[in-house]
Each structure stands twice: as C-alpha cells, then as structure tokens.
Design a protein. Sequence first.
Length: 181
Amino acid sequence: MASDQISVLNLKIYHEKQKRQLCLLHALNNLFQKEEFRQAELDDICENFDDRRWFNSHRSWIGLGNYDANILVAALELKELSVVWFDRRLSVNRINHEAVMAYIFNVPSISYIPFMKGRHWFTVRRFDDHYYNLDSKLQSAVRIDDFVAFSNQILAEGNQLLLVTRPEDQEKCINRGDEET
C-alpha cells in the first residue's frame, strides 16, 4: 500500500495514495491513520451483503474497488463507530465538531471509460485544531484553512458528507436548533 507519513510541525500524518478504485479503502485507512483495512476485508464485507464474487452490487463489477456507502458503514461498525449522513441543505456551521471523529466526503470521480460513472471517497480529519484533507488523489495531506467554506462548497455541488462518530455521540453531531451556530 503506497502511503506516506508527512510531518507538519512535529505532527505525523499517515496518508495513503490512490491505487485503482480503492478510494474507500484509502479513506478508511487515512481516517484510522494506519493500514486498518485491506482490500480483501472490504471484499469480504461486500460478499456478506451480496455473495456474488463478480457483478457484486456493492463494488465495481470487476472487483477493483469503487465500494458503496454500505461497505463504509459496515467497515466502521466493525470498529465500533457510526456514520451520520449530513443534510447538505444545512450549513456546516451546524456540525458539533467535538462529537465528530472524521469527515468523509463522496464526490463524482472522473472516469476514463465514458459509460462508467464512479464516486470518490476521501477523509478530512482534525489534528491539533487544524483540518487536513487526506484525499488519496493528493500527493500528501493538505491543510484546510477554512473547513466550513471548503465543506459548504463541496456540498453546494451536490455531493455528500458523512460524519464519523462514536455511537454514543451520534445524536450530538448536528445542532438541530433553528440557529446557525
């Protein structure tokens, strides 16, 4: 697995780089800051949902990755974590960042094959009060100066944001009041 550890002011950040269509694998490993999962484990999760090895509805038809959200949720549940889907109509200001371990974005992926439309997963994590984009398509982790603006822009384009949290913090992730907070 191609990965780097970059140092930012004595902070070591684990960052896996894109390989095939394994962005969900990289997003998970970047979230955990180590090689927590392997492709075989995610494939096993797929086959638990759908026992077809080929043409499995939870990954690309030839088994190169491109896993769907069900695999993300199941993998995180194996690690006793939960996912909260963020309503993109809301401002990211509504997120209670203290209750969130990581942010996983799902955006369109440019395909070289015209009829294949894929999605790309990437993780954003906070280290020492700064947010870092751990997208496996980047050469290394990139510090995000304004997380709210960064996230609101991605959501305004119709993409998804999933909040990774502990089960006991699920209800605390989003401030539900009328205020923008």
